[in-house]
Design a protein around this ligand. Structure first.
Ligand code: GDP
Length: 616
């Protein structure tokens, strides 16, 4: 740590530290406006806002979108593409102003002056099939050649550590496996420069090896192959390299540009070579960062420490993080009260590619959250507050779900070229057969891209890959468990389950031709008991009720039951708690509602709320 300090001066009082965004830009008015027939906007707008700005009734906009196969509500936020097509449809041109905005610092592409850039260590993740030796390798690198000054070795598990190789540093993320990596990628964070792909020589390429290749490629990371367990008798590393070729991993020995090393994570043989190859690759990648700016980076791990409060491991990706800095992280903020390294030592500053454990945050951030340092506390509080609000807004207007019906509508509107699919099947044979058959359905307009086709149960990593790539998941003779099902639901991932191949293919064929019709089934949401009736002029009968079971939503369909007999079926007109309109009311709460066009409600009646959802 220490020896790097002299290269970079602390800048508390120094005017040299560059802010991460042009602050003048940030002060700019953010309001959308129409200038001479051009709708100029800088952030997402709702149907209502756009309607007002271009003076077109909201109903016309909703109707137009509906004709395009998109069902939206008046308060829904519109994406750029929707805004563009609506403007053109109603005779306006449009322009998105690019505001470099601290609120969206994830998206800021930091442009540093090349003369400010200095080399930074590579960030390495170890991936590969289960039992191929990832954990052993990570430990073995950690303990290899422990220099005297590191006596005692790395003592803290903070999610990553740095290793010095020939005087240069390498940062190793120490959670093996794909879950962490994919979780980050699904959240748009990419921290890894190099993926070390571990393949056991005695086992060869296996499903998770392929999954790792897919993830590494999708994240744009470089791959280095480590053929492991070379200490085992009779192993044939060439076989592994040949198998890898079938997945477009062509090593140098066979004329490709992927480096490979033979190692034994257990005996330590080849580990030094691997580290040197990592350095070589990193040199070729010319990884650089500007240490003289406020830090920006990603949360690797986080937890709530009983004594110290919210605790997180930050990986600094650009700039320098200093003890005492104010940071926004995810939707929370804080002042870095203390930073420690992987040896548990307190450090005052963390340079690019350095992992540090920090305390001083107001809340626990999530792994994959981005952080950024700012000059003042007021600024970080303000930004965190706004980000929190924006997150709530975004989740309300979230319409990115890619159900079969959505895809069907997009096909009909000529709005989609690729449909991404993940296949999970009971056997490898049927997975591969389905992949081939699905891809063959592609036509001139729409291509089906099978991102992966494997045998096995639908897993977390499938759901994450699906959400990172807007894919739908086909399960053939497999079923997701309740936990996975819930995760998929939360991420709006459509999981389609089939037991008969031609039914699955017919379904997809319909989608590709825009002929798919979802079969709707009823999903009962809950029940409420009517306790008081209020007759209100101009409003009608308001039923003061108590939710006895489940929940009631303001857009629920309802049936009215009297003594167990259905006496009316319709939809809710309004749903309130006290004086406020609400989206839903849960079991154990009181509410008031009206039924659309129906007033003959009596005390003691029961309403059952339900919604129609796509079958499957
Ligand atoms: P992971 O699931 O990929 O993290 O694999 P582990 O690191 O847990 O290793 C799985 C098993 O393989 C353990 O029993 C290790 O001791 C063993 N193993 C790992 N690397 C080697 C190696 O280089 N040679 C041999 N013989 N065994 C190894």
């Amino acid at each position: 740590m220490k020896k790097n300090n002299q290269n970079f001066k602390r800048r508390d009082s120094s005017p040299n530290r560059v802010s991460n965004f042009d602050r003048q830009n940030n002060r700019r008015e953010e309001k959308a406006k129409v200038n001479g027939g051009v709708f100029v906007y800088s952030k997402p707008v709702s149907v209502a806002e756009l309607s007002k700005a271009i003076d077109v009734p909201a109903t016309s906009i909703i109707k137009y979108l509906f004709m395009q196969g998109k069902a939206v509500t008046i308060n829904q936020m519109l994406d750029d593409e929707m805004i563009g097509t609506i403007c053109l449809e109603f005779g306006y041109d449009f322009e998105k102003e690019k505001v470099v905005d601290a609120l969206h610092f994830e998206d800021i592409e930091i442009k540093d002056d090349p003369k400010d850039l200095l080399p930074r260590p590579p960030v390495v993740t170890v991936m590969g099939h289960v039992d191929h030796g990832k954990t052993t390798l990570i430990d073995s690198i950690r303990n290899s050649n422990v220099a005297a000054k590191e006596a005692g070795g790395i003592s803290q598990a903070i999610g990553a550590y740095q290793k010095e190789v020939k005087g240069q540093k390498v940062t190793i993320i120490d959670t093996p496996g794909h879950a962490a990596f994919t979780a980050m990628r699904a959240r748009g964070a990419s921290v890894t420069d190099i993926v070390v792909l571990v393949v056991a020589a005695d086992d060869g390429v296996m499903p998770q090896t392929i999954e790792a290749i897919n993830h590494a490629k999708a994240a744009g990371a470089e791959i280095i192959v480590a053929v492991n367990k070379m200490d085992k008798p009779g192993v044939r590393p060439e076989r592994v390299l040949e198998q890898l070729m079938q997945h477009d991993i062509i090593v140098e020995k066979y004329g490709g540009d992927i480096m490979s090393v033979e190692i034994s994570a257990k005996t330590g043989a080849g580990i030094e070579d691997l580290l040197e190859v990592i350095l070589l690759k990193a040199e070729m990648m010319e990884l650089k960062a500007n240490p003289n700016r406020y830090a920006i980076g990603t949360v690797l791990e986080s937890n709530l420490d009983k004594g110290e409060g919210p605790k997180a491991t930050f990986l600094v990706q650009n700039g320098t993080l200093n003890s005492g800095d104010y940071v926004v992280v995810g939707n929370t903020y804080g002042k870095i009260r203390r930073m420690t390294n992987e040896y548990g030592q307190v450090v005052k500053m963390a340079l690019p590619s350095t992992p540090v454990s920090v305390i001083g945050l107001a809340e626990v951030p999530a792994a994959g959250d981005r952080f950024m340092a700012f000059p003042s506390e007021k600024e970080v509080k303000d930004i965190a507050e706004k980000r929190k609000m924006a997150a709530v807004e975004a989740s309300r207007g979230n319409s990115a779900a890619m159900s079969l019906s959505d895809l069907n509508n997009l096909v009909n509107a000529g709005k989609i070229q690729d449909i991404n699919v993940i296949v999970k099947a009971d056997t490898d044979g049927s997975a591969k057969a389905l992949k081939a058959s699905l891809e063959k359905l592609s036509n001139e307009q729409v291509r089906i891209k099978v991102l992966s086709a494997e045998a096995g149960a639908i897993s977390d990593s499938d759901v994450l890959l699906a959400s990172a790539s807007s894919a739908l998941i086909y399960g053939f003779n497999v079923r997701p468990d309740a936990r996975i099902r819930q995760k998929a639901e939360e991420a709006h991932i459509d999981i389609r389950l089939h037991r008969i191949i031609y039914e699955l293919l017919e379904e997809m064929e319909d989608v590709i031709k825009g002929l798919y019709k979802a079969e709707m089934v009823e999903n009962v949401l809950g029940q409420a008991e009517i306790r008081h009736i209020y007759k209100i002029t101009h409003v009608g009968t308001v039923a003061g009720s108590y939710v006895t079971d489940g929940l009631i939503k303001n857009d629920s369909k309802v049936r009215l039951l009297r003594d167990g007999v259905i006496i009316y079926e319709g939809a809710l007109g309004s749903l309130k708690r006290f004086k406020d309109d609400v989206k839903e009311v849960k079991q154990g709460y009181e509410c008031g509602f009206t039924i659309n066009g129906y007033n003959d409600i009596k005390e003691g009646d029961i309403i059952e709320a339900y919604e129609l959802v796509e079958k499957n």
